[in-house]
Design a protein around this ligand. Structure first.
Ligand code: NIG
Ligand code: FE
Length: 416
C-alpha cells in the first residue's frame, strides 16, 4: 500500500531529532514544513518534505494519491491516560456536584468509582465492548491514534479480568494503537469496606498473578491519594506487578500531596498522572528520572479543581505529557483537541509545548514514542488532515471548532 499525501499547507510535528520525549525548552520547538507532502508505504512513513521535492511520487505505480487541499497534517494525538471501558454513565453525580458535593464526598457516600463497579458488574462483556467502542470510535474521529485504557471498575478478580479482556478485544479490533493498564487498586470494593489491607492483599496475591498469567496488562496503576491507597500499599503493588513485567503508571496528588510521586519515581514508574496538588519539592523529584509527569486538565475543568503546575514543570527544564483521563466520573470526554486548548489556557503552555505534550510526550508515557507521536521516517503513519487553518496556534485557539477532516491510522484512511 503506497500513499502520497499532497498539497499539505502545514506539516507539523516533523521530527528529525529522533528523541523519545522533549523536555524544558525543547518543548517549545517542533518541525514545521509549509507546502509539504507525506509519503507512506505499508503503513510506515517513508518520506516527507516540500512539495517541490515530490515530483517523482505522483507517478509511482499503484500509489493512492490523497489531496490534503491546503489542510494541515498532524501526527495523531497520543492519549496516555483513559478509563473508556465502563458501563452506562454517572450524570447524577454531575448534578450532585453542581448542588455542592465534592468528588471525595460522593466517593465516601459509595458513589463514584463504586457506582461504576456496580454498573460494570451488571453489564456483559459484549455490551461493555460495544459501549467502549462507541467512545473509541468517537475519539478516533477526533484524531486520537494511540490510547491507554485502564481497568479499575471491576474491583474483584473476575470483573477486573472481564474489563481487561474487553480492553484486549479493543486492542485487537480497533485501528488505533492501544496499551492496557491494570488498576485493581482504584478503590476498595464494597465487599471489602473497612478491610483495606485485605483488599490490597487480594490485589497482590490473586489479581496480579491472574492478570500476569493471561498477559492482560502492559502496565500497573494505583490510585495513590488521600482516602484511597497509601504510598506503602502502592509500593507493594508495584513490586508484585513488576514480577510480571508490568511497569507502573500511577495516579497521584489529585486530592492532596500524599507521597505518591516519590514512591512512583522510586519504582521507576513510566508516568505519574494528575498532580493537581503537587508541591514544589515534588517537581524536583522528576529531575533525571525516566518518569514523565502527566497532567489531566480535563479533570480539573470538569471537577472545578485546581490545575497541575504544568508551566512550572516545563520551566524547570522537565518534560510534560497531557492526557484526557476520559472516565464516567471526573471527566467524561476524550477530546484531545480540548485538552490541547486547556493546556494552553489553564496550564499556560505555549501552543507548541501543548502540542508536544499531546503527541510525542504522550507516546512516551505509553512507551510508544519509538514508533508513534511525530512525523518521522520509519514511524507508523498515524496522522490526520485538518480543514485549511492559518497556523498550528489556531488549533487550541479555536477551542470548540471541529477541525479534523480526514483520519489515517497505520496508513489507512478511517472512513466513518
Ligand atoms: O483518574 N482518580 C481516580 N480515577 C479516575 C476517576 C474515576 C471515576 O471517578 O470513575 C480519575 O479521575
Ligand atoms: Fe484516571
Amino acid at each position: 500500500m503506497k500513499l502520497f499525501v499532497k498539497n499539505i499547507a502545514i506539516l507539523a510535528g516533523a521530527d528529525s531529532h529522533g528523541k523519545l520525549r522533549l523536555q524544558g525548552r525543547e518543548m517549545a520547538e517542533t518541525g514545521i514544513i509549509n507546502d509539504a507532502f507525506l509519503y507512506v508505504e505499508d503503513g510506515i512513513i517513508k518520506r516527507f518534505g516540500q512539495m517541490a521535492e515530490a515530483q517523482d511520487l505522483e507517478h509511482t505505480p499503484n500509489v493512492t494519491i490523497v489531496d490534503a487541499e491546503g489542510g494541515t497534517v498532524l501526527p495523531s494525538w497520543c492519549d496516555s491516560h483513559s478509563h473508556v471501558v465502563f458501563g452506562g454513565s454517572r450524570e447524577q453525580e454531575f448534578v450532585d456536584k453542581i448542588r455542592g458535593l465534592s468528588y471525595a464526598e460522593i466517593a465516601k457516600r459509595g458513589g463514584g468509582i463504586l457506582n461504576s463497579a456496580d454498573l460494570l458488574h451488571n453489564t456483559s462483556e459484549d455490551e461493555l465492548y460495544h459501549q467502549a467502542m462507541r467512545r473509541v470510535n468517537e475519539v478516533i474521529r477526533k484524531g486520537t491514534g494511540c490510547l491507554e485504557i485502564k481497568s479499575g471498575y471491576g474491583l474483584n478478580t473476575e470483573d477486573e479480568l472481564k474489563m481487561l479482556r474487553v480492553i484486549r478485544r479493543i486492542k485487537e479490533t480497533a485501528p488505533l494503537r492501544v496499551v492496557s493498564t491494570f488498576l485493581g487498586a482504584h478503590a476498595v470494593s464494597r465487599e471489602y469496606a473497612g478491610r483495606q489491607a485485605e483488599y490490597v492483599d487480594l490485589v497482590i496475591n490473586e489479581m496480579i498473578p491472574a492478570v500476569g498469567e493471561e498477559k492482560l496488562a502492559d502496565f500497573v496503576d494505583v490510585f495513590c491519594d488521600t482516602g484511597f491507597f497509601t504510598p506503602d500499599e502502592t509500593g507493594r503493588i508495584m513490586e508484585a506487578a513488576a514480577k510480571y513485567g508490568m511497569r507502573p503508571k500511577i495516579h497521584a496528588d489529585e486530592l492532596a500531596a500524599s507521597g505518591g510521586v516519590e514512591v512512583a519515581i522510586r519504582h521507576n514508574a513510566l508516568s505519574v498522572d494528575h498532580l493537581e496538588s503537587m508541591t514544589e519539592e515534588e517537581i524536583e523529584l522528576f529531575r533525571n528520572a525516566e518518569t514523565i509527569p502527566t497532567a489531566l486538565p480535563g479533570t480539573s475543568f470538569f471537577l472545578n479543581m485546581k490545575y497541575a503546575p504544568g508551566r512550572q514543570i516545563i520551566d524547570r527544564g522537565l518534560s510534560l505529557a497531557l492526557a484526557s483521563d476520559y472516565n464516567p466520573g471526573s471527566t467524561p470526554s476524550g477530546d484531545m483537541k480540548f485538552i490541547f486548548s486547556l493546556g494552553c489556557i489553564k496550564l499556560r503552555l505555549l501552543p507548541i509545548e501543548a502540542f508536544n505534550a499531546v503527541t510525542l510526550n504522550g507516546a512516551y508515557a505509553m512507551n510508544l514514542s519509538r514508533n508513534y507521536g511525530s512525523i518521522a521516517v520509519g514511524k507508523m503513519a498515524n496522522f490526520f488532515i485538518t480543514i485549511p487553518i492559518p497556523s498550528l496556534d489556531f488549533i487550541p485557539y479555536s477551542y470548540t471548532t471541529p477541525l479534523v477532516n480526514r483520519v489515517f491510522l497505520r496508513g489507512e484512511e478511517i472512513v466513518s
